[in-house]
Design a protein around this ligand. Structure first.
Ligand code: 2BA
Ligand code: 2BA
Length: 109
């Protein structure tokens, strides 16, 4: 068994959830916050058999897309001078950041 952790953009999360459910994956969806942009994203926890991992990854790829997002200028008031960004910067936020972990034990009580 593997545990898939997938951080995706909020805009893609409902479509991805529906697609995973359509394929009978068991899923838990968490509202999360990206450390860099400090804005909301969504993390999916998917526990599945090894042979279904590739299918889950394909569904994630098919339903998530990358987008450019502007990072607002950061005021020097709020932090130290190192984190000061005087102008908006565009970053490309990926469609999905995915970790696949081995599951040592799985219980349902
Ligand atoms: P839910 O996905 O909302 O599922 C609630 C209950 O509905 C499940 O209870 C199960 O009895 C049933 N169920 C879910 N998916 C089903 C399906 N495809 N076909 C038939 N019945 C289904 P639990 O199995 O005790 O799970 C409780 C919650 O634990 C789940 O809420 C989900 O958030 C999480 N979960 C369970 N297994 C998971 C897994 N393999 N990966 C990630 N999250 C899991
Ligand atoms: P955020 O941390 O809000 O990052 C959003 C985007 O900002 C990133 O997109 C990346 O393009 C850029 N970025 C992040 N940190 C940066 C830095 N130190 N310098 C310059 N640019 C930076 P993605 O890489 O596609 O990541 C999207 C979200 O996935 C992240 O949101 C974070 O929540 C999660 N993530 C990405 N890599 C991760 C990791 N190794 N561990 C845990 N979460 C991760």
């Amino acid at each position: 068994m593997k545990l898939i952790l997938a951080v995706v953009q909020d805009q893609d999360s409902n479509r991805l959830l529906n697609a995973l459910m359509d394929h009978n994956f068991r899923v838990t969806k968490l509202a999360t916050t990206g450390g860099f942009l400090k804005s909301g994203n969504t993390t999916f926890i998917i526990g599945t058999e090894d042979i279904r991992v590739d299918k889950a990854l394909q569904i994630i790829k098919d339903n998530c897309r990358s987008r450019d997002q502007l990072v607002a200028p950061v005021s020097p008031m709020g932090g130290n001078a190192d984190s000061y960004i005087p102008y908006p910067v565009e970053v490309e936020v990926g469609g999905a950041t995915v970790f696949v972990l081995p599951v040592e034990q799985f219980f349902q009580y």
